[in-house]
Ligand binder design. Structure first.
Ligand code: KIV
Length: 271
């Protein structure tokens, strides 16, 4: 497949630079080569090979059934199509339940072509973020609504609205940065809390359902294309395909909308 953009590879350093210049960046999920190629050509900075593949590709009702082997298979497909995007790979449910297991599985993802890995959790993943960072593996720590813990949380709710949770999330974000996390991802968090965390951290903060103030935005590509697997897509989802003539145009529209500050709008934001 021929490359249509001459961008150099997006790295942790280039994402840090964007943050320091107060410029927004974009992230999208992908699970296979052709879509990864279109996404990368459209100028999306980060591709996440997310465990959301359990829901949007495999048809499960949660991300829990996704295995390491399946994640690696999809990661290898994405790597083949990618041109210049930074590829982040999700660590599936229980693939980092102990330090040794986490180290072994993160290594497998990096050796399969990931540029960074993402793990869900708060304070308890600090040690792993530190171990991996010290060994050269950039870690994105995912806090707020963490879908792998859906059975404990009890549903897909906004996180951090009460004072205790609000303060805990700020403390966790700071602890993860101190531990060596290279990025933070906030899912389903009120706008003001996401803004506060983003301004207090030096590392890039990515949001989904976390308002417009985070450094980067992420969406599941199926949601962006209006083919969400959910009967009623969450409030933070926008169907960009309804305003575009092709999949590539829809992805470019998302990219421009985030980078110009049009998306997410108030109607996509939790307060
Ligand atoms: O797996 C995934 O797609 C994710 C995003 C929703 C952030 O974790």
């Amino acid at each position: 497949m021929s490359s249509q953009n001459n961008k150099s590879l997006t790295t942790i350093a280039s994402l840090n630079k964007l943050k320091s210049e107060s410029k927004k960046f974009t992230c999208l999920t992908a699970y296979e080569s052709t879509m990864a190629s279109v996404i990368s050509d459209a100028g999306i900075d980060v591709i996440l090979v997310g465990d959301s593949l359990g829901m949007v590709v495999q048809g499960h009702d949660s991300t829990l059934p996704v295995t390491m082997d399946q994640l690696i298979y999809h990661l290898e497909c994405v790597v083949k199509g990618n041109k210049s995007s930074h590829i982040m790979a999700d660590m599936p449910f229980m693939s980092y339940s102990t330090d040794d297991l986490g180290f072994e599985n993160a290594t497998k993802l990096m050796q399969s072509g990931a540029h960074s890995i993402k793990i869900e959790g708060g304070e308890w993943i600090c040690k792993m973020a530190n171990t991996l960072a010290e060994r050269g593996i950039p870690v994105c720590a995912h806090i707020g609504l963490t879908p792998q813990a859906i059975n404990r949380i009890g549903g897909y709710f906004v996180q951090g609205r009460d004072t205790d949770k609000h303060d805990l999330m700020i403390a966790e974000a700071k602890a993860l940065e101190s531990a060596g996390a290279a990025m933070l991802l906030l899912e389903c968090v009120p706008d003001a809390l996401a803004e506060s965390i983003t301004s207090q951290l030096n590392i890039p903060v990515i949001g989904i359902g976390a308002g417009a103030k985070t450094d980067g935005q992420i969406m599941v590509v199926h949601d962006l294309l209006g083919i969400s697997c959910l009967e009623k897509p969450p409030k933070f989802v926008k169907d960009f395909m309804s305003e575009a003539g092709s999949i590539k145009e829809a992805i470019q529209l998302y990219d421009i909308s985030v980078k110009s500050g049009i998306f997410p709008a108030e109607e996509h934001t939790f307060f």
